[in-house]
Design a binder for this molecule. Structure first.
Ligand SMILES: NC(=O)c1ccc[n+]([C@@H]2O[C@H](COP(=O)([O-])OP(=O)(O)OC[C@H]3O[C@@H](n4cnc5c(N)ncnc54)[C@H](OP(=O)(O)O)[C@@H]3O)[C@@H](O)[C@H]2O)c1
Length: 310
C-alpha cells in the first residue's frame, strides 16, 4: 500500500488531488482540513509543528502534498505574519517531519514568485516577487529545499476547477459581476485587460501530481523545482467574455487597460512546463470545455454568491 497525505485537502486544489488519487488501486489517501473539516479529513493546524510531527508519525505516509496555504494576495499584504506562518514555516515543519520518515514532499508554489516583466519563465529563471504573497511563497520554496533532499516544488499559475463557492477561484469570482451586468438595470462591469494569465484546471494539476507520485512510488522521485501551466493566455476581461458565453448571458463588459488592484501584481508570468513535459507528464483540458464542466456542477442561479453545490 502506497500512502499519500494531502495537507489542505479541503481547498480548491486539495479536493481535486484527493478526487484524483482516490481512484488509484493500492493507494491510500489521508487528507487534512482546518476550518472546513469533513468526516473524511483529519483536523490539522499547520501553524502547530508539534501537531504536524504527530500527524506524520501516526499516519506514516510515503509522500506528502502540501496544498495548505494563504493564497490571497490582499490578505498576505495585510497580514504578513499569517502569510509567513502558512506559506513558509508550515512548509518547513512538514518537510522536516517528512524528511525524518524518508517521505517525498511536494509543495505547491506560484507564478507570482516572478515579476512578470520577462516571460516566459523557466524553473531556473531568477525570481523577483512583487508582493507579499509572492515573497512568502518564494521563502516557502527555499524552506522546502533547505529542509529536505527528498522534496519538490511545483509552481502553478491562476487555478480554477470544481468549486463550493464562487469566490474560491479568481476565475469563478468574476461570475456575480458578469451576471449583474447582464441584468435589466445592470451597469457595465470593468474587467482587467492588462495582466495576462494562464488559467489552469485543478483536475489537470491533480492528474499531473498523480503522475509525479507514480514516479516516486516507482523509485524515480522528481526533485527540485518544476512548473505546470495551462497554455491559453487570457486577461480577466477575456476570461469574463468566455464565462459570459458559457453562461449564455448577454453581459456588458468593459476592458480595463490599466491595473486597478491595490496589491501590485505581475503583468505576465507565463511558466514553461518543459521539465514535466520532457518526463512524459502532463494533461491540458481546453478552457472552454473545462469551464463548462465547472459551471454545470455549480450552476449560476442569479441570487447566490456563496453556496454549496447541488
Ligand atoms: N488558487 C490559485 O489560483 C493558485 C495559483 C497558484 C498557486 N496556488 C497554490 O496552490 C496551493 C493550493 O491553493 P488553493 O487555491 O487550493 O488554496 P485554498 O482553496 O485557499 O485552500 C487552502 C487550504 O489551506 C488550508 N488551511 C488554511 N489555513 C490552515 C491552517 N492554519 N492549518 C491547516 N490548513 C490550513 C485550508 O483548509 P480549510 O479550508 O479547511 O480551512 C485549505 O484546505 C497553494 O499553495 C497556493 O499558493 C494557488
Amino acid at each position: 500500500m502506497f500512502k499519500v497525505a494531502v495537507i489542505g485537502a479541503s481547498g480548491l486544489l486539495g479536493r481535486a488531488i484527493v478526487d484524483e488519487l482516490a481512484g488509484q488501486p493500492d493507494w491510500q489517501v489521508v487528507g487534512t482540513a482546518f476550518s472546513r473539516p469533513a468526516p473524511t479529513t483529519v483536523a490539522l493546524d499547520v501553524r502547530d509543528p508539534h501537531a504536524i510531527g504527530q500527524f506524520v508519525e501516526r499516519e506514516a505516509p510515503d509522500a506528502l502534498v502540501i496544498a495548505a496555504a494563504e493564497r490571497r494576495p490582499d490578505v498576505c499584504e495585510r497580514d504578513p505574519d499569517l502569510a509567513r506562518a502558512l506559506n513558509v514555516e508550515a512548509v518547513r515543519a512538514i518537510a522536516a517531519a517528512a524528511q525524518r520518515r524518508g517521505a517525498w514532499t511536494l509543495s505547491l508554489s506560484t507564478d507570482y514568485v516572478f515579476d512578470g516583466t520577462h516571460p516566459p519563465y523557466r524553473h531556473d529563471s531568477q525570481p523577483a516577487p512583487l508582493n507579499a504573497y509572492g515573497r512568502s511563497k518564494l521563502e516557502g520554496e527555499r524552506a522546502l529545499t533547505e529542509t529536505t533532499d527528498l522534496g519538490c516544488v511545483m509552481r502553478l499559475p491562476l487555478l480554477y476547477g470544481p468549486i463550493v463557492d464562487w469566490a474560491e477561484s479568481a476565475v469563478t469570482s468574476l461570475v456575480p459581476a458578469i451576471a449583474a451586468s447582464a441584468s435589466a438595470q445592470g451597469k457595465a462591469a470593468a474587467m482587467d485587460a492588462w495582466a495576462i494569465r494562464y488559467p489552469t484546471f485543478t483536475p489537470d494539476v491533480a492528474f499531473v501530481i498523480r503522475q509525479m507520485l507514480e514516479r516516486h512510488a516507482g523509485g524515480n522521485a522528481i526533485r527540485g523545482i518544476v512548473q505546470w501551466s495551462g497554455d491559453e493566455p487570457m486577461t480577466k476581461y477575456e476570461i469574463a467574455v468566455r464565462l459570459a458565453e458559457a453562461l449564455e448571458l448577454d453581459a456588458r463588459l468593459t476592458p480595463q487597460p490599466t491595473p486597478t488592484d491595490a496589491t501590485p501584481r505581475p503583468h505576465n508570468c507565463h511558466l514553461i512546463s518543459e521539465r514535466l513535459e520532457q518526463s512524459g507528464i502532463g494533461r491540458r483540458t481546453p478552457f472552454d470545455t473545462a469551464i463548462r464542466q465547472v459551471l454545470a456542477a455549480f450552476p449560476w442561479r442569479g441570487d447566490r454568491t456563496s453556496d454549496t453545490p447541488d
